[in-house]
Ligand binder design. Structure first.
Ligand SMILES: NC(=O)c1ccc[n+]([C@@H]2O[C@H](COP(=O)([O-])OP(=O)(O)OC[C@H]3O[C@@H](n4cnc5c(N)ncnc54)[C@H](OP(=O)(O)O)[C@@H]3O)[C@@H](O)[C@H]2O)c1
Length: 444
């Protein structure tokens, strides 16, 4: 891919890029089908992504008519790459095999290796014969909603499509690589004021938080709402805090260290709960929740903002769902997209039905929602949460940090981009938006 990088760095035109040969193989991060059993008997927390994530050359797949080849300049670590790398809750090869049975083109995905990664920024190199809106040379970011739009179930909200999948998690040929194959309907314009790695970290988490809080399909946050955000300096939590502040609400951010509390303050979030310092024990043992701890938590929220939260932004799952359902206001909404600490959740239904609360399930975002969220990044109203940058060769170490809850915001990964800071096309716009805002997480 060196000739591709050279051409991009030399400012080659779309026509010139379109004439470059696509290499027969490319460098990628992947897990191996043969490795599925390597963590047998190991506790989840001790499973090491560094052992299962490999970086090497893989064969370039053929291009389907509705796809593009993308030269990936940068990508990011998402929690789904952690799940893939520890083969939990199930090995992702099961997803690839199911996809492989759907059509001739989808059969390409069922391979002995799974190229991971669900975010990317880069340059379009080739477009398939059915692609209309994009051309070689376009600088783009990629959202991860992979949908077959010939299925009628995809035509109201594509997240409800029967064949909806997350690219690089439930499909092969993901973004943690020098080259990727993506559907044209995953592409969005790259924000011109951001570097490749700043542009690469947003799409998955930012779009998820947008749908959860802002979109009609989510909690439909209103001005003045109090919103409790778990993991408020994490990937989705950090975007959620920004949406609450932008939308005229009051975020109550929960984190687990004084450093993260200070970072929240720097973002403009004044109501902060350090769950580690305050030592909440919502579960008194493996099977029993402690309502008095829910009450202590609820009182703390009232002390901070004078009321119960209208919305709870929920994703830790088993460890917090009981507290979330209890703490949310009468008639309020808990919106959930995940279960990091365990998916068999439990809550006291009496608090739920007697106080007419609502629980909304949310999952990534449809193309319109992802586009709207990307536009907010482009306008400088939402900032990238890039905190650290790793080369592709160290993808395992980067995933390890996320697995251990040792990273803030988002970790960027340099793929073709040789160094940080490249790809900024509009420095004046960057200056207008403010370097201090754009790099807040990176500076810490
Ligand atoms: N459905 C979707 O489309 C979608 C999209 C994106 C992410 N997700 C899922 O959402 C979850 C979070 O993703 P992320 O990217 O934000 O991960 P992340 O960057 O690792 O952040 C998660 C945050 O959650 C907090 N946390 C972790 N365990 C907790 C616990 N037991 N109790 C309370 N807080 C806890 C941590 O904050 P503190 O320790 O500071 O409190 C951490 O910073 C993951 O499970 C991911 O797979 C789902």
């Amino acid at each position: 891919m060196q000739h591709v990088l050279d051409a991009i760095q030399a400012g080659a035109s779309g026509d010139e890029l379109a004439n470059l040969p696509i290499p027969e193989s490319y460098r990628a991060a992947f897990v191996l089908r043969d490795d599925i059993g390597i963590f047998e008997g190991v506790a989840s927390a001790d499973k090491e992504p560094t052992k299962s994530l490999h970086v090497d050359d893989v064969a370039t797949p053929e291009l389907a008519p509705d796809e593009v080849y993308l030269a990936v300049m940068a990508s990011s670590i998402n929690f789904n790459t952690v799940w893939t790398s520890i083969f939990e809750p199930i090995p992702t090869f099961a997803f690839l095999d199911r996809l492989g049975r759907e059509s001739t083109w989808s059969a390409r995905h069922a391979l002995p290796y799974h190229v991971v990664g669900s975010d990317a920024s880069g340059v379009v190199l080739r477009v398939g014969s059915a692609v209309r809106n994009w051309k070689p040379g376009d600088k783009v970011t990629v959202h991860c909603n992979h949908v077959d739009d010939q299925d009628p179930s995809a035509h109201n909200d594509s997240m409800l499509a029967a064949n909806q999948r997350i690219w690089g998690f439930e499909t092969n040929f993901g973004g943690l690589a020098d080259l990727s194959v993506v559907k044209a309907n995953q592409l969005m314009p790259k924000p011109s004021h951001l570097s490749w790695e700043e542009a690469a970290v947003n799409a998955l988490c930012n779009s998820t938080s947008y749908r959860m809080l802002v979109a009609d399909n989510g909690a439909r946050m209103k001005q003045g709402d109090n919103v409790l955000v778990w993991g408020a300096t994490g990937g989705i939590g950090g975007y959620a805090v920004q949406y609450v502040l932008n939308g005229g609400g009051t975020p109550i951010g929960v984190v687990s260290s004084p450093e993260r509390a200070a970072l929240l303050n720097a973002m403009g979030c004044e109501a902060v709960i350090d769950r580690a310092a305050e030592n909440y024990r919502f579960w008194s043992d493996e099977h029993t929740q402690d309502e008095s701890e829910w009450r202590r938590f609820g009182k703390r929220i009232r002390a901070l903002v004078g009321d119960d939260p209208d919305i709870v932004f929920e994703h830790p799952g088993r460890s917090t769902m009981g507290a979330s359902i209890f703490a949310v206001k009468r008639g309020g909404t808990v919106v959930s997209c995940a279960a990091t600490s365990g998916y068999m959740v439990e809550f006291d239904n009496r608090h739920f039905w007697m106080k007419l609360k609502r629980l909304i399930a949310s999952h990534f975002a449809n193309y319109a929602e992802a586009w709207a969220a990307n536009r907010l990044i482009d306008q400088g109203r939402i900032q990238p949460l890039l905190s650290e940058v790793f080369p592709l060769t160290q993808v395992g170490a980067a995933a390890r940090l996320v697995h251990r809850n040792e990273a803030e915001g988002k970790i960027g990964v340099l793929c073709l981009a040789p160094t940080e800071g490249l790809g900024i096309d509009d420095p004046e716009k960057r200056e207008r938006i403010g370097e201090d805002k754009i790099t807040l997480f990176r500076r810490r």
